[in-house]
Structure formats: structure tokens, C-alpha cells
Design a protein around this ligand. Structure first.
Ligand code: SF4
Length: 711
């Protein structure tokens, strides 16, 4: 048996693994005791990763290219050259007839940084379209926008070690116990070591995380900004602000001070549905404990007000000086294993390589020079929801989807499925072939998966880890970056850019891609020019920035109080509370909150292959308060039709004391059956998006529930 160090491919905690393998087959997995994210611990998902690639999953794996030229026929196995030439012919014809913005790429936080880099260069450098977005749009684009708005750069300023140093942990919109289990174990250990540490949890539901809190604020969905503004009101009134920090390191406080005068605790208590005294208590602990760390995730991000929710929470840190010190700061948890890598590479429709700004001509010229292309496009591409709307209305003709399952994960599923039906060409590049999205593929490209890939990932705390291949790809599967390079060299001559394609995509190894990416960060806030594969292998995972000549990365940012804004000061954002995109009404009287289960991941493409993981909750059930069930003459286990303004699903209902009256909860993991024409949970969620981040409001919808006759 052999062992290879790698990383977990699920959440943004970024745990290190030791993969056990024998004769080309992965046989087991255990935590890497040397990895600074997890020190050997793994959650149930990570600990069962080897079962997602076990021999009995092979029928679910994509292992040879498949192609169909007739939509009414089934795809047939083919060879790589035929598949990629077909896609290159179709892409070239569409680009010639309709321009580069008529094609699009939709990738994933599952990609390694090197994969992102090559696809980004393919879309923006060779083809000349910014139509490259990823499923990271669904999980952290509001955190990106919030950091940029308030602090001037997309850089989480904290580290996991801040958990050990904090005196008050303020968790907002995150069921950390389920979604980031190893971080939660670190929190539990820190509380044991420091019994005085306070844990405040802001969440509409009484989740396992909320259950552990010293103070749980079960606010009404979407009312976070009212809560945060009221906490600031209390801090102002009580004199708990850090006036010196505000004067020296921030700007815009007067406007915010005027705004929060209206947000009395009594007013916020009415808006949020939580006791006034709890708002005051939360404000006191946040402001007066020696160090306060906030952690937040989808409960802030996945709302049409997500950017301002982030900014309103960061306001509290700036007003109290709870930032840039051990145990203090606003810490956004990333949902996916390498959403951070995508941000570094600029692999979203509005981002650019190395945290550059697409609207800045000098930055565009820098990227063009780095890539060796005449120019890169200035107009932002279509973010996820708009991309699929454009596919539906024919503005985009062809889409290439990689390592993600939008036919389950995007909101307003009826629209998404109609878009995939309407597309002239759907290319799906994935490790598995059983997803709802793969059913629409005209061309299926088998990609290598976890345990088979070399490269790097960056976790929530800006820590870059190496992933190593333990076994070769299954069958004819190839690495994502290699597929992109091969395709680019085939497409180039067809669009009059043959020489350029060979010049741009001549990478002879994944490390060559890494070196080019590394160079693109030189002089930027995320500079990693002091790192190499050899250094990461020798010294272990490192945090950025890590410029040439540095001996270590940076655990904490903004310790000097200087921020990457034109003035060097952080910005207060005066923002009012806004209601959710959908409000309950007489017709749709219940709030629906979506969320995650402990033992499932995203659309269950992998975790759904592991029977052991089903024991936690084997089917989707609508969690409702007992009073709401009684009012509808419903009992546990009844089958109900759940209807929102977007769509309908049919499933079981269950009484739950984790939701308040008037609210309900559904786990987001289940899709429908594309072949049978049924849709999953996201049939219910609206496509409303945040105006800045373009992140959709996947967390909330207004619904009605109707009992169906038995049988
Ligand atoms: Fe994987 Fe996240 Fe679990 Fe760690 S906490 S083992 S990264 S799923």
C-alpha cells in the first residue's frame, strides 16, 4: 500500500488528507496530522471520500468522451479528437456568426487553481469574452463584494488560529457545525480552553451551531442588517465604540451614525423578531470583549442584499476596532474547496487575474501583456443566473459546464432547464456522468477527479495547499487544464488565432500553469511569488501574501490599520435593511429557508454514492413548526405539495422545533429527475440577485404547503 498527501475536495475548511492506495485504486483516507487546517481530523464527508471513487461507483463515472449530433438520440462513446474537434467547429461557427459573447463557460469551486487559470485565459484571452462564471457566484460573491466595498480588497483578514485567540465568536448565517465541521471542532476546543469565550449565533433556525451558543438570535429571514445596525446603535449609546480607531483608520462614520439613530433596539426587535435585551447583550459582548471574531457564510451571502449584509457586519468590526488583532476580524467562510483560488485567478465574469479591476484600463493592459494577447475584453460577462437566462433567450448559443451541476444548484430551476433545452450546444466536463446537468450534454468530456489531480487549492484562511495525484485518471479521463489547452489549440486556427493559441496554451505541465499564475500576482495584494511547488511540498501549506524574499505568509491582514483603498482607510457603509426578495403573502404564507445537511455535499453527486452518509437524513423533508402542521391538518410523514412563485415540489413533511412558527426549512441537496421531467428543491427558489455581487437569493422563498391524498 502507498500513501499520498492531498486535500479534501468538499468544503472551504481545506483539510489535509493522506490518501491510501494500492495498485491504482484508492483504498482509504485519513486526516493529515501536519496540515494546519485540521491537524489530522476529518468530518464524516472527508473520512468517506475513498468510497466516492470505489470500484462500485464506476458506472456513475465519466470515463470516455461521448457525443451526440442529434438531440433525439443517445450520446455515443467517441475519442477525444472527435469530441473536441466537434466542439471547436461549433464554437467557431457560433463565434463567427454571433461574436465571442455568444459562447460561455460555467465552472466550479471544485476546480484547482491551475484549472481556473487556463479556462480563464481561454475565455478572456483567446476567445475574447468575459462569459466565464462559476458556481462560486452562488456561494461567496457577496463576501467578495463586501470585503472590496468595506476594506478595499477581496482578502479575508483572519486565520483559523484566531478562533483560539478570540473572546467572542459571533457567527452569522452559518451552521458551522454542519457546513464546516472541522472549524466547529476547533471552536469547541477553543471554548473548552477558554470558558469565558462567548459564542453568539445569528440564525433564523435553531441549528446545531445555534444550540451550542451562549446567545442565539433567531431573527426573521433576511433581517440581519436591521440587527447589525441596532447593535451599532447600542454601541454608540453606551459609549462602546473605539473612537481612536474610527478616527485613524476609517472614513464615512458620520453618515452611518446618522443612519443607525433610527435603528433602536426596540425597532430592530420588532423587525427581526428577537428580544430587545438580546440585541443589547450581543452588542455588549461584540464591542467590549477584548477580541471579537465574526464568521459568516451563506446566511449572509445568499440574499439579494448579501453585499450590504456583509458590509453591515464589517461596520461593527471597524466601529469597535475589532480587526487586525489576534482573535479579531470579519472572517468569511468559503463554501467550496477552492472558491478562493478562483477569486485569485479572477475566474468570475466580473473579475480579473491577480485581483485586478476589469474597469481599469491599466489593469486590463497588464493582463493582456502577461498573457501575450492584444487586449482583454472590458465589458463584464454574464454572472451565473444571467448567463442561463441569456442561454434561454438565445443571446448565448453554446455553454461549456465543468465540475458543477447547475440543473440542480441554480435557483428557478424551470428557467435553467428551459435554458439547457434551448441551447444550441451543451458541453459537460465532469468526473461523474449521473448529474441532472449531464443529461443535457451534447458532448460529455470525462475529467479527472479527487485523488487523481495535481495542483493547488486555497482555503478560507488564504492558505494554499498542494493536491497530489494518488492514482491515474479513470479510463480516458483527462485533467481539466489539459482539456482546456487541447481545446484552445483546436479552436485557435478555426477563429484565425492558430499561432496565438499555440503560444498561449503550450503548457507542458501543471506546474508550468502554476508558475504563470504566480507571476500574475507579482506586486499585487495576494503576491505569491515567494512560493513554489517545491516549497509547498517541503514546508507545507502557506498563507498569502507570500512575496519573493518572504520567509512566511501572513496570518492576519491590516494589523497596521492601513487598508487597500485610495485613502488607506476602511470604509463604513451606511445601509438600510431591505426585505427579502419574496415576502410571505396570503397565497404564499410561509418563509422557506434552505440549508445544508451534515453528511451531504452540494447536489450529492459524490456524497449520494455513499450509503453511510444517508443515515443522517435519507430523503428531503420539509421541516415545519408543529403549530403550522396542526393548522393544516398535517402530521409527520404526510406527503405535501410545496409551491412557490417559481415552481412546485412534492415531498414529506416533518415536525421540527428548529424552526419558528411561520417558517420552514428544506435541505438544498436534492435535485429532480431530468429524464422524468421533475425538478428539485431549487424549483422553489427565486432568481433575484444582489445588485452588486449578482449572487442569487438561494436561501429564501415564500411558499404554500398543501396536503396530498395518501397513495
Ligand atoms: Fe472536508 Fe470540510 Fe470535512 Fe474538512 S471539514 S473533511 S474540508 S468536508
Amino acid at each position: 500500500m502507498s500513501e499520498t498527501k492531498s486535500t479534501c475536495c468538499y468544503c472551504g475548511v481545506g483539510c489535509g488528507l493522506i490518501v491510501e492506495h494500492d495498485a491504482g485504486q484508492i483504498t482509504g483516507v485519513r486526516g493529515d496530522p501536519d496540515h494546519p487546517a485540521n491537524f489530522g481530523r476529518l468530518c464524516t464527508k472527508g473520512a468517506t471520500l475513498h468510497l466516492t471513487v470505489a470500484p462500485d461507483t464506476r458506472s456513475q463515472r465519466a470515463h470516455t468522451p461521448e457525443l451526440r449530433t442529434d438531440r433525439t438520440a443517445a450520446r455515443q462513446p467517441t475519442d477525444w479528437a472527435t469530441a473536441l474537434d466537434h466542439v471547436a467547429d461549433r464554437f467557431a461557427a457560433i463565434i463567427k456568426a454571433h461574436g465571442p459573447d455568444a459562447v460561455a463557460f460555467y465552472g466550479s469551486g471544485q476546480w484547482l487553481t491551475e484549472d481556473y487559470y487556463v479556462f480563464n485565459k481561454l475565455a478572456k484571452g483567446l476567445i475574447g469574452t468575459n462569459n466565464l462564471d462559476t458556481n462560486s457566484r452562488l456561494c461567496m460573491s457577496s463576501a467578495v463584494a463586501g470585503y472590496k466595498l468595506s476594506l478595499g480588497a477581496d482578502a479575508p483578514p483572519c486565520s483559523y488560529t484566531d478562533i483560539d485567540a478570540t473572546d467572542c465568536l459571533f457567527i452569522a448565517g452559518s451552521n458551522t457545525a454542519f457546513a464546516h465541521p472541522i472549524v466547529f471542532r476547533r471552536i469547541e476546543a477553543a471554548r473548552e480552553a477558554n470558558p469565558d469565550m462567548k459564542l453568539v449565533v445569528v440564525d433564523p433556525r435553531r441549528t446545531d451551531t445555534a444550540e451550542a451558543a451562549d446567545l442565539h438570535l433567531p431573527l426573521l429571514p433576511g433581517t440581519d442588517i436591521a440587527l447589525f445596525n441596532a447593535m451599532l446603535h447600542v454601541m454608540l449609546w453606551e459609549g462602546w465604540l473605539n473612537r481612536d480607531y474610527i478616527a485613524a483608520h476609517t472614513e464615512g462614520f458620520d453618515a452611518l451614525k446618522r443612519l443607525v439613530r433610527e435603528y433602536t433596539p426596540a425597532m430592530a426587535a420588532a423587525v427581526c423578531g428577537v428580544p430587545k435585551r438580546d440585541i443589547e447583550q450581543a452588542a455588549e459582548w461584540f464591542a467590549t470583549r477584548p477580541a471579537t471574531l465574526s464568521m459568516y457564510c451563506q446566511g449572509l451571502n445568499q440574499y439579494a442584499s448579501g453585499t450590504h449584509k456583509n458590509a453591515a457586519l464589517i461596520n461593527l468590526h471597524l466601529a469597535t476596532g475589532q480587526i487586525g488583532r489576534p482573535g479579531a476580524g470579519p472572517f468569511s467562510l468559503t463554501g467550496q474547496p477552492n472558491a478562493m483560488g478562483g477569486r485569485e485567478v479572477g475566474a468570475l465574469a466580473n473579475l480579473m487575474s491577480g485581483h485586478r479591476d476589469m474597469s481599469d484600463p491599466a489593469h486590463r493592459a497588464e493582463v493582456a501583456r502577461l498573457w501575450g494577447v492584444p487586449e482583454v475584453p472590458a465589458t463584464p460577462g454574464k454572472p451565473a443566473v444571467e448567463l442561463f437566462e441569456a442561454l434561454k433567450n438565445g443571446e448565448i448559443k453554446a455553454v461549456w459546464i465543468a465540475a458543477t451541476n447547475p440543473a440542480q444548484s441554480l435557483p428557478d430551476q424551470a428557467m435553467v432547464h428551459a435554458a439547457l433545452e434551448a441551447a444550441e450546444l451543451v458541453v459537460v466536463q465532469d468526473t461523474y456522468r449521473h448529474t441532472e446537468t449531464a443529461a443535457y450534454a451534447d458532448v460529455l468530456l470525462p475529467a479527472s477527479g479527487w485523488g487523481e489531480k495535481e495542483g493547488t487549492v486555497t482555503n478560507s484562511e488564504r492558505r494554499i495547499s498542494r493536491t497530489h495525484a494518488a492514482v491515474p485518471p479513470l479510463g480516458e479521463a483527462r485533467h481539466d487544464w489539459e482539456i482546456a489547452c487541447d481545446f484552445a489549440r483546436r479552436l485557435g486556427p478555426r477563429i484565425g488565432k492558430g499561432d496565438l493559441a499555440y503560444q498561449l496554451f503550450g503548457f507542458d505541465s501543471v506546474e508550468a500553469v502554476w508558475r504563470e499564475h504566480r507571476e500574475s500576482t507579482r506586486g499585487r495584494d495576494l503576491d505569491i511569488t515567494g512560493l513554489s511547488y517545491a516549497k509547498l511540498d517541503a514546508d507545507g501549506p502557506q498563507q498569502w501574501p507570500f512575496p519573493d524574499g518572504a520567509s512566511t505568509g501572513r496570518a492576519r491582514l491590516y494589523e497596521d490599520g492601513v487598508f487597500p483603498t485610495p485613502s488607506g482607510k476602511a470604509r463604513f457603509v451606511a445601509t438600510d435593511y431591505v426585505v427579502t426578495a419574496e415576502s410571505p403573502s396570503a397565497r404564499y404564507p410561509l418563509h422557506l429557508i434552505t440549508g445544508r445537511l451534515r453528511d451531504q455535499w452540494h447536489s450529492m453527486t459524490r456524497t449520494g454514492l455513499v450509503p453511510r452518509l444517508y443515515n443522517h437524513e435519507p430523503e428531503p423533508q420539509l421541516h415545519m413548526h408543529a403549530e403550522d402542521l396542526a393548522r393544516r391538518d398535517l402530521a409527520d410523514g404526510d406527503i405535501v405539495r410545496v409551491r412557490s412563485r417559481q415552481g412546485t415540489v412534492v415531498l414529506k413533511v416533518i415536525a421540527s422545533d428548529t424552526v419558528r412558527q411561520g417558517q420552514s426549512f428544506l435541505p438544498m441537496h436534492w435535485g429532480g429527475n431530468t429524464m422524468a421531467g421533475t425538478l428539485g428543491i431549487n424549483a422553489l427558489t427565486p432568481s433575484a440577485t444582489d445588485p452588486t455581487s449578482k449572487q442569487p437569493e438561494l436561501k429564501h422563498a415564500a411558499i404554500q404547503v398543501e396536503k396530498l391524498p395518501a397513495g
